[in-house]
Design a binder for this molecule. Structure first.
Ligand code: ATP
Ligand code: MG
Length: 214
């Protein structure tokens, strides 16, 4: 595939969406053809599945239902939007992807890495990002940022879970990172947004120049 697939990963409130916006601005300035998208969601059908997953009333949702719904949403997103964009040579900038399912469902819920990988292998037809930026913050810092922004009563079903769940999610992200240091770049998300962005751009520039040469 000719394009370049970049994902942003990390716990709630780590600053993914903030950095996606900055990267998008940067790519626009560089006149690079790109699309910006997010998970869960990114297409009409994926957005409907997203609201099913995140509805705070759906307390009875089984862990495996959650895994399969995320994967279903992703299957639609990958095949309707991401693969066509990559095939036409675009940069695809995506807020969360399979690593998030591994961290949240595989580790956070305890479904396990194997089943989550298996289901997602089918959903994505094996598509793996060229680069993933893992923005790492402690659950306390992430939670504090979220509640400053939304207040505790407006957190969705996943965000409302206790800190021990979010601690397992972070350990999950770290485990994934330790196993795939070539694809995933870890960035300390507790620095100010400009410093985080500068670290991303340092790597992104190299990636883009290699991409142009090919
Ligand atoms: N480096 C930073 N330092 C301090 N505050 C930040 C930083 N990055 C983002 N924020 C603030 O923290 C809050 C959460 O940021 P953001 O929405 O980008 O995180 P996120 O990782 O996308 O969260 P979510 O997982 O819920 O989508 C926002 O209010 C944002 O302005
Ligand atoms: Mg976000």
């Amino acid at each position: 595939m000719k394009g370049l697939f970049i994902t942003l990963e990390g716990p709630d409130g780590s600053g993914k969406t903030t950095q996606v916006a900055k990267i998008a601005e940067y790519l626009t300035q560089q006149k690079i053809d790109f699309i910006q998208t997010r998970e869960p969601g990114g297409t009409r059908i994926s957005d409907k599945i997203r609201s099913l997953i995140l509805d705070p009333e759906h307390n009875e949702m089984h862990d495996l239902t959650e895994v399969l719904l995320y994967a279903a949403s992703r299957a639609q997103h990958v095949h309707e939007k991401i693969i066509p964009a990559l095939e036409s040579g675009k940069v695809v900038l995506c807020d969360r992807f399979v690593d998030a399912s591994l961290a949240y469902q595989g580790f956070g819920l305890g479904v396990g890495e194997g089943p989550v990988l298996q289901v997602n292998q089918i959903a994505t037809s094996g598509l793996v990002p060229d680069r993933s930026y893992f923005i790492d913050v402690s659950p306390e810092v992430g939670r504090k940022r979220m509640t400053v922004r939304y207040g505790t009563e407006n957190l969705d079903r996943i965000e409302q879970k206790d800190l021990s769940y979010h601690e397992r999610v972070r350990e999950g992200f770290q485990h994934i990172f330790n196993n795939q240091e070539k694809r995933i770049h870890r960035i300390n998300g507790e620095q100010d947004p400009e410093t985080v962005f500068a670290e991303i751009v340092e790597d992104l520039d190299k990636l883009l120049s290699n991409h142009k040469e090919n």
